[in-house]
Design a protein around this ligand. Structure first.
Ligand SMILES: Nc1ncnc2c1ncn2[C@@H]1O[C@H](COP(=O)(O)OP(=O)(O)OP(=O)(O)O)[C@@H](O)[C@H]1O
Length: 294
């Protein structure tokens, strides 16, 4: 459904994207992960046909997105990293404008999206918070029921409740066969929705992985606070991988097998447990360490 083939763009100064290639199949939700400045938005602008690749090409459903501009727009929904709204518009007038560009949309669908994302489309856009603007952009990307939806950091600015609504929307569309590409710098966001993810760093794709495979190598750090020191000492000699400890608090690193951890902690009086998830960079470092060992 989407093919990115050897796309290269070098900006003056040497930054850019280099030989970026991946494919996304019909009905697949594909994550595009990377730290700030890695090249996610630049790749997405090429996918949308807004930038001419120096080398390579992008195809959506067989259309070359640079050469066949205009021909594939109805097929695609797009949420940019930062939306440019025209002066003086309300949410409603912006969505009307976008609907007319799409040749009309199902008004019921549009109203349902607004209701689920809970915002007042009569508000002038200049008075909207970042999160509200993001919601308007999400409605614009979804309302014409496109076959492919491209989202650049879709949950930025959304509160946790709205992130959940957004994830539900993606999963519903996925069930209908819609294809997604969404960028993010957060692994937890990607792992809830995506089947596969590409990781981009310094403009180069460093890996394309099955998300579930990454989940399996993801380490979690549990900070366990015991009621008493004797329990803590017994726990320290349990054979679990201890990261550090102080007073009645122990940090344990767990990878994959949570059963041993829960069985062991169940033996003691626990005051509290906090959990810390590895950041993206660490997950990939671990993945490559493991690959190196295999
Ligand atoms: N028009 C441009 N001219 C020069 N350099 C650019 C231009 N656009 C992007 N860059 C540079 O290219 C690199 C990739 O930028 P890009 O916006 O694609 O990153 P990103 O992964 O989307 O980052 P973020 O998560 O911060 O949005 C950055 O170093 C950026 O400064």
């Amino acid at each position: 459904m989407l093919t990115v083939s050897h796309v290269t763009k070098v900006f003056p100064g040497g930054k850019g994207i280099f030989d970026v290639s991946f494919t996304v199949g019909k009905g697949e939700v594909f994550g595009f992960l990377g730290p700030n400045g890695a090249g996610k938005s630049t790749t997405i602008r090429h996918i949308m046909g807004f930038m001419k690749p120096e080398k390579g090409y992008v195809q959506i459903k067989g259309y070359d997105t640079w050469k066949d501009q205009g021909k594939f727009q109805k097929l695609v929904g797009y949420l940019p990293g930062e939306i440019a709204f025209m002066e003086g518009m309300t949410g409603k007038s912006f969505l009307d404008f976008m609907s007319s560009l799409r040749g009309g949309v199902n008004q019921q669908r549009r109203a349902e999206l607004i209701k689920r994302l809970q915002f007042d489309d009569r508000t002038p856009i200049r008075k909207m918070s970042k999160g509200m603007k993001q919601k308007v952009g999400i409605v614009a990307a979804f309302m014409h029921e496109p076959e492919v939806i491209i989202l650049d950091e879709p949950t930025s600015g959304l509160d946790p409740l709205m992130q959940k609504v957004f994830i539900e929307l993606v999963l519903e569309e996925k069930a209908k066969g819609t294809t997604f590409l969404m960028s993010s710098h957060s692994f937890p966001e990607i792992e809830r929705t995506c089947d596969r993810a590409a990781i981009i760093k310094d403009g180069k794709i460093i890996a394309v992985n099955n998300v579930h495979e990454l989940q399996a190598v993801q380490r979690k750090l549990f900070e366990v606070t015991f009621e008493n020191i004797a329990d803590r000492d017994a726990f320290l000699s349990s054979g679990l991988k201890i990261d550090s400890y102080q007073d009645k608090q122990v940090r344990v690193s767990v990878q994959g097998d949570y059963n041993r951890f829960t069985q062991e902690t169940a033996k003691y009086k626990i005051r509290s447990i906090d959990v810390f998830t590895q950041n993206l960079e660490d997950i990939f470092m671990d993945y490559y360490d493991r690959e190196g060992r295999d």
